[in-house]
Design a protein around this ligand. Structure first.
Ligand SMILES: [Zn+2]
Length: 264
């Protein structure tokens, strides 16, 4: 991908109906191309903006063409770790790692913006090293609250959200009310009328949530070796984002690009 093509493509995703001044919403602009990356100046208020100002790619030393390649590579696969991305697009491991971190931060913000509506089902599940004791957690075991509303046509979760539960919010491997409230505040729309917390017994029977969780668990194991708590939430966000884009029949590539061009 040529640099100029990348600019044109990002321009179309950022301003699908043509340029809009971020300060005054005016549509007429002129382009200043003397710098490394083009600037767009509003003809009414003279505000200057770049394609990446205020986005996940702001002040990145990586060119937009490389960003476009990375987002392309991510959207053509089920996910990439930093080693795989660095090989695919020919950048250093450190650059790939930094890009993935920024992309996952942008995904995390986007996932917070879209809320669950209708009746929400919630279940607690565990990732990592399992302790077979039912009431005592293993130190490498991570509790995750999984929430979804069900698409009644397919019986599958329509929109999926996951939230890592800190150990202090568990008692005998059950969530305390605080953890449920924090999930609801984070991911459930305020007009939603009902949240159903499924008991462990129900989760084996209520298979749609369980299936999603097993998919997420397999996805994490394939891509990321050894699950530290530090980045677990951002990986789960990416899994949910991919699931939600697919379930809505949207294009993963366009969704990734618009998320990365979203406001920070
Ligand atoms: Zn303006």
């Amino acid at each position: 991908l040529q640099q100029s093509e990348a600019y044109a493509y990002f321009f179309r995703v950022r301003w699908p109906h043509g340029f809009v001044c971020p300060r005054c919403s005016h549509f007429a602009y002129f382009m200043i191309t003397s710098r490394a990356a083009p600037l767009y100046q509003c003809r009414r208020c003279r505000h200057q903006t770049s394609l990446t100002a205020g986005t996940a790619m702001e002040r990145s030393r990586t060119s937009l063409a490389i960003w476009a390649q990375a987002l392309d590579a991510l959207s053509k696969t089920h996910g990439l770790n930093a080693v795989q991305l660095s090989k695919q697009i020919g950048v250093s491991h450190k650059t790939a790692w930094t890009m993935l971190r920024r992309i996952r931060e942008a995904i995390g913000r986007a996932e917070l913006d879209s809320k669950l509506r209708g009746r929400t089902y919630l279940g607690l599940m565990f990732l990592g090293t399992r302790n077979l004791q039912p009431f005592v957690s293993h130190p490498q075991e991570h509790a995750v609250l999984l929430g979804s509303n069900i698409d009644h046509a397919t019986g599958a979760p329509a929109v999926l959200k996951m939230l890592v539960v800190p150990p202090e919010r568990l008692v005998r491997k059950q969530v305390v009310q605080d953890a449920v409230s924090s999930f609801v505040e984070t991911h459930v729309h305020s007009e939603s009328e009902e949240v159903v917390l499924l008991r462990r017994f129900a989760l084996t029977i209520f298979s749609p949530l369980r299936k999603c969780f097993l998919r997420a668990s397999a996805w994490l194991n394939t891509l990321f070796h050894g699950l530290g708590r530090k980045y677990l939430q951002s990986y789960l966000n990416e899994f949910c984002f991919r699931y939600n884009v697919e379930s809505q029949g949207a294009s993963l590539r366009d969704s990734l690009i618009s998320v990365c061009l979203g406001k920070v």
